[in-house]
Design a protein around this ligand. Structure first.
Ligand SMILES: [Zn+2]
Ligand SMILES: [Zn+2]
Ligand SMILES: [Zn+2]
Length: 112
């Protein structure tokens, strides 16, 4: 991981969670070769545990010199009521989102 290639280290992205891709707006240029060419995303791995949680990781590397700019991590998990997404990357930033998987249930109001 490298903090010299990015404008802002791990910016707050609110509820934005990228499972793939690159936040190029935050890329200042490669600190090793001093070029600002495209970024390659390599070594993509996806792991699932028994609870249905998923973790996706990959590396952002400089297309010119293979310098590793950042390691990207994306997680997805489900519990009874919510789906949760997180993203953690020096380049793409930190994001977190929670989505309810239950529709609002009007019947609950009549159970008295
Ligand atoms: Zn660097
Ligand atoms: Zn480079
Ligand atoms: Zn990233």
């Amino acid at each position: 991981m490298c903090r010299n290639c990015v404008k802002e280290s791990c910016p707050d992205r609110g509820s934005c969670c990228l499972e793939t891709g690159t936040y190029l707006m935050n890329y200042a240029g490669c600190c090793q070769c001093n070029k600002k060419t495209d970024i390659n995303n390599i070594d993509k791995k996806s792991e699932n545990d028994v609870d249905g949680n998923e973790t996706v990781t990959y590396k952002h590397v400089c297309q010119t010199c293979d310098h590793v700019i950042a390691r990207h991590e994306y997680t997805f998990s489900v519990d009874d009521e919510f789906q949760e997404y997180t993203m953690n990357c020096v380049l793409c930033g930190y994001g977190e989102a929670t989505v309810s998987i239950l529709p609002d249930d009007p019947r609950q109001q009549r159970l008295f």
